[in-house]
Design a protein. Structure first.
Length: 278
């Protein structure tokens, strides 16, 4: 029997890993080498954490952020690694992940750059309904859950197609913050969801402009989101004065901003709750 002993200089740890893995392309078009069937996953994105739970990766997920409130069982039991924009790098080092999943908008460029030097970091970039479906398929490959993710994507597509006219082409201003009053513009995931449901976004400026910088007439509806700013009935007079001809509706923000498996809850919410206010 021939025994070959490799010195540390002969083969690197990264090279060893590449013997049992594959290179994937994330949504930022980055090449990321990921080991076969990751077993120590850290999620830096609340909606993706919920998505991983949907895929029954309870044992594999070892770390989440303090904003990953769903599922509640994970929020209570999983190691928290800080906020989405205030990641505790030392805690992540202790977890020794073999996969970190982040998002361009949720996480800071600086944190992702630091983490990518030591760990495989797969980045999502979801600005539309189509991007969300693409993310599901891509992560299905990364996580060896292709069949489950294909079924999920098909269910989401079917559910949204059944509601594509519920908005009846009515105009909407969707507010996410107060003082200053930020609205959702185009080139955003929320805008895409509104469009998919048959609404027309009354704000066509890109991203998240401030209301005072715009010149807008009253839309049919003003949607006040529950997150990231916690709008409540005490804010109604402020917006009713600005838009006297609009109907003010409080909406559950996660239903319009979370992607992945949560999109199935979006269609249930629109059909069974939001529809009654329109």
């Amino acid at each position: 029997m021939l025994l070959i002993i490799l010195s540390p200089d002969t083969i690197s740890f990264q090279q060893c890993r590449k013997m049992n893995g594959k290179t994937f392309i994330d949504q930022l078009k980055r090449e990321v080498f990921i080991s076969d069937k990751p077993t120590r996953i850290v999620s830096l994105v609340p909606s993706i954490t919920d998505f991983l739970h949907h895929l029954e990766l309870d044992d594999e997920v070892v770390g989440i952020t303090k904003f990953c409130i769903l599922p509640e069982s994970w929020y209570a039991s999983k190691q928290r690694v800080g906020g989405t924009k205030t990641i505790n790098l030392d805690v992540i080092d202790e977890l020794k992940p073999d996969l970190i999943i982040g998002n361009k908008e949720e996480n800071t460029k600086e944190d992702i750059k630091k983490l990518s030097k030591s760990y495989p970091v797969w980045m999502s970039d979801v600005n539309s309904f189509e991007d969300a479906i693409d993310m599901i398929y891509k992560l299905g490959e990364v996580l060896s859950r292709k069949n489950e993710c294909s079924l999920l994507a098909n269910s989401i597509l079917t559910s949204f197609n059944e509601l594509m006219d519920i908005g009846n082409s009515k105009s909407v201003l969707y507010f996410i913050w107060h003082k200053p009053d930020y609205v959702v513009g185009s080139s955003t995931y929320v805008n895409s969801i509104l469009d998919k449901l048959g609404f027309v976004n009354h704000c066509q400026q890109k991203r998240y402009p401030i209301l005072d910088e715009l010149s807008l007439s009253s839309p049919d509806y003003v949607f006040l989101s529950s997150e990231p700013f916690p709008f409540s009935t005490r804010h109604e007079n402020h917006f009713q004065q600005k838009f006297p001809n609009s109907k003010i509706i409080y909406v559950k923000g996660e239903m319009f901003s979370w992607y992945g498996s949560y999109m199935l809850q979006t269609t249930d919410y629109v059909k069974n709750q939001l529809k009654t206010f329109l």
